[in-house]
Ligand binder design. Structure first.
Ligand code: ADP
Ligand code: MG
Length: 693
């Protein structure tokens, strides 16, 4: 591997390249745009575009694309070559400032949730200069936001940028009360990405994986994850080679790929980058997922990013580590050594507590997808109930404050590792609770409910927005206070008393927590349709309008897009199941029953006892009958649902009737899998897929 520092970011039109290639005044003007977010002048854009093009061509690029994140959840790109006709049938390579700044993809092919029928069909992409352009596979990628001509947002990036702006402004107001005036406050995120790797030749034999990204059938393997021998285990050579290639490609793209390890399930792994500003982290995470898939191909593997590719085996999540810090380098979620006297930290913390409690629904629905429904609450991921983990120390402090008693600090209980050569470590003030959906982990919050396939923009829009809104409310109250310290302390106390029901430091997987959460009046939104029904609640619409992140219309459009997506996913899964049952599973099972019947007939003719064979035959025949009846039921349920005219009702019905019919069909087919001989079974089993070397 070549030297990493030289290789790092070599395919990125980043600060170093800009400094080298742009005239000083242009560089400065561009930096100013990046810092202030003000529009870029066309003369400057022309110079930048030209330098970008020359650099990209040197890196092997022939095309450019405006890269954007429509509501489909994945990224979109359309490649245009740099060629421009010149005299005598020749071409020159050209790229103008106009082409850099603005693109016009056909918006009508992307989900708009009805915004399109009311308004113009056209949309445009606008360059986001805060996220660097890069070259990948002979294409210059320009990160952009995607909007309709009438100004409606059609993507995930624009509202994210808006939410960053709101939290910046709100946090600056609070900091001013503490006599601090940094230039900016930014939200940072480090997303830990889980994934599965399986052999490509086996994948190709599984239509369910190809069509839906998850296995719709599959009996539990004799060996799954019960021995706990995979987590942090020795990485197999084939996988390690994949990870090395992946790291290299990501580093070239300027992505801080840092940690790699095996996860809990067999064939499951994780990649964590070093955190960065949330819009960059979002772009980089989207890019990481696409590079993961691409590199897998090179190694004859397939990277599965679905939240639950295998039933009965851990699914894949994406932990969203979130913090806010100032341009002076101060992390506002750093409790410091003297927590008790850190009023500023406590005030920000109080704002987050209030925000999470008041907007459990928004956090929950920001991670709601058909795939993630298989994880949340399944004793492997946090439950669908949103609560916060603060750790004993912070909770003690808040409880003491609430009760009006004196607080005795217990930071610094020394823990001895019991081995002389291991230095003493201080007890982590936030003992790591792995089951909490929203956990304070020392100097950041870790939102753990995200599924592995999710675009992290939506949950971060929500976190930024709800926290910004409470910070604004705090600032309104405190800006005029006669005694700021006293008023702030009283506010923290009141907020904690009003919202402490959201704090839960115990085991979120325990059955008792569900009952306790219900007693506390916390929401338990079990399915995606139920969660999404909260999106356009009056309070939520008002919040987004107040913060200028979405209009009421945009909220409703987003809700519809997500509901529609949910219905489509369930529909595709149902149809795929019916197809596989009729064309692959039942024929294989019938083949086996014919074999058994022949065997029984021949043995009986010879006067030999065929009791076992007959019992097996009856069992297989019974399962064939049940599977066929279930398939018919599923097909019917799927058709019934399509008659619904209201999207919410359709989604509810998908959850209530189609999913349960799918589950029933699967049960019979999986039982058949355990009976039918391997050479007759139409596709690779869980053991084949997961326990490869
Ligand atoms: P875990 O123990 O959950 O695996 P790690 O300590 O490995 O977590 O860190 C997980 C992620 O958190 C990494 O992406 C890391 O860069 C990120 N992270 C660390 N500090 C911060 C911070 N202040 N703000 C946001 N993310 C952070
Ligand atoms: Mg984590």
């Amino acid at each position: 591997m070549s030297k990493i520092p030289e290789m790092f970011g070599s395919m990125v039109f980043g600060d170093r390249v800009m400094r080298e290639r742009l005239p000083k005044d242009i560089y400065k003007a561009l930096q100013n745009t990046i810092k202030t977010g003000k529009p870029i002048a066309s003369e400057i854009a022309d110079v930048v575009a030209n330098a970008m093009k020359d650099w990209a061509i040197e890196k092997g690029a022939t095309h450019y694309t405006h890269w954007f994140q429509p509501m489909t959840g994945i990224t979109a790109e359309k490649h245009d070559s740099f060629i421009q006709p010149a005299e005598g049938g020749t071409v020159i390579m050209n790229f103008s400032g106009k082409q850099l700044i603005k693109g016009e993809p056909d918006a009508s092919s992307f989900p708009s949730g009805g915004l399109r029928s009311t308004f113009e069909a056209r949309g445009y992409t606008a360059w986001d200069p805060t996220s660097y352009a890069f070259v990948k596979d002979t294409v210059l990628y320009i990160p952009t936001a995607f909007l309709s001509y009438s100004g409606q947002v059609l993507d995930k990036k624009t509202p994210l940028l808006r939410s960053m702006d709101t939290i910046n402004k709100a946090a600056l107001r609070i900091l001013k009360l503490f006599g601090k005036t940094p230039d900016r406050v930014t939200a940072s995120v480090g997303p830990e990405q889980e994934y599965f790797l399986i052999p490509r030749e086996l994948y190709k034999k599984r239509p369910d994986l190809i069509i839906t990204g998850r296995t719709l059938f599959g009996a539990r393997p004799p060996k799954g994850q019960e021995l706990d021998d995979h987590y942090f285990g020795n990485i197999k050579t084939r996988v390690r080679e994949y990870m090395e290639d992946l790291d290299e490609e990501l580093w070239k793209l300027g992505i801080y790929a840092k940690t790699r390890h095996n996860e809990v399930a067999p064939a499951q792994h994780e990649l964590a980058p070093i955190y960065s500003t949330v819009n960059i982290a979002t772009d980089h995470n989207q890019l990481t997922m696409s590079v993961m898939r691409k590199i897998a191909k090179k190694h004859d593997l397939v990277c599965l990013l679905h939240e639950k590719p295998f039933a009965g085996v851990n699914g894949s999540g994406k932990h969203n580590n979130w913090s806010i810090s100032t341009s002076d380098g101060e992390n506002l979620l750093e409790p410091g050594k003297d927590l008790k006297n850190n009023l500023q930290f406590m005030l920000f913390l109080a704002a987050i507590i209030k925000a999470v409690d008041e907007h459990q629904d928004l956090l929950r629905l920001s991670v709601a997808t058909a795939g993630n429904d298989h994880r949340l609450g399944a004793n492997e991921a946090p439950p669908a109930i949103i609560s916060m983990f603060l750790g004993d120390e912070i909770t003690d402090l808040l409880e003491t404050l609430a009760s009006g008693k004196e607080y005795r600090n217990h930071i610094g209980n020394k823990l001895s590792a019991g081995v002389d050569s291991v230095p003493l470590i201080y007890e982590d003030t936030t003992d790591r609770n792995r089951t909490s959906p929203f956990a304070f982990t020392g100097n950041k919050f870790e939102f753990r409910s995200l599924g592995s396939a999710l675009n992290i923009a939506c949950p971060n829009i929500m976190i930024n927005a709800i926290v910004a809104d409470v910070l604004n409310e705090f600032a309104d109250r405190l800006e005029g206070a006669a005694d700021f310290k006293k008023a702030a302390t009283a506010l923290i106390k009141k907020v904690y008393i009003d919202h402490r029901r959201i704090v839960f430091n115990g085991d979120n997987y325990a059955e008792e927590w569900r009952a306790e959460a219900a007693r506390r009046g916390l929401l338990n939104l079990k399915s995606t349709p139920e969660a999404l029904s909260y999106y356009d609640r009056k309070e939520n619409v008002e919040l987004f309008e107040r913060l200028k992140i979405y209009t009421a219309e945009e909220v409703r459009a987003r809700k519809d897009i997500l509901l529609e997506n949910y219905c489509k996913v369930i529909n595709i899964e149902a149809l795929t199941m019916c197809d596989i049952t009729l064309k692959q599973i039942l024929p294989a099972a019938m083949e086996f029953s014919t074999r058994l019947a022949d065997n029984v007939a021949k043995l009986t003719a010879l006067g030999v006892d065929a009791k076992a064979q007959k019992a097996m035959l009856e069992n297989v025949s019974m399962l064939i009958n049940c599977a066929y009846a279930s398939e018919q039921k599923l097909a019917e349920a799927q058709l019934d649902v399509r008659n619904e005219t209201d999207l919410q009702n359709e989604a509810n019905a998908c959850y209530a009737s189609v999913l349960s019919a799918m589950q029933e069909l699967r049960t019979y087919c999986d039982r058949l899998e355990t009976l039918v001989p391997k050479e007759l079974w139409p596709f690779p089993t869980y053991s084949d897929l997961l326990l490869y070397v």
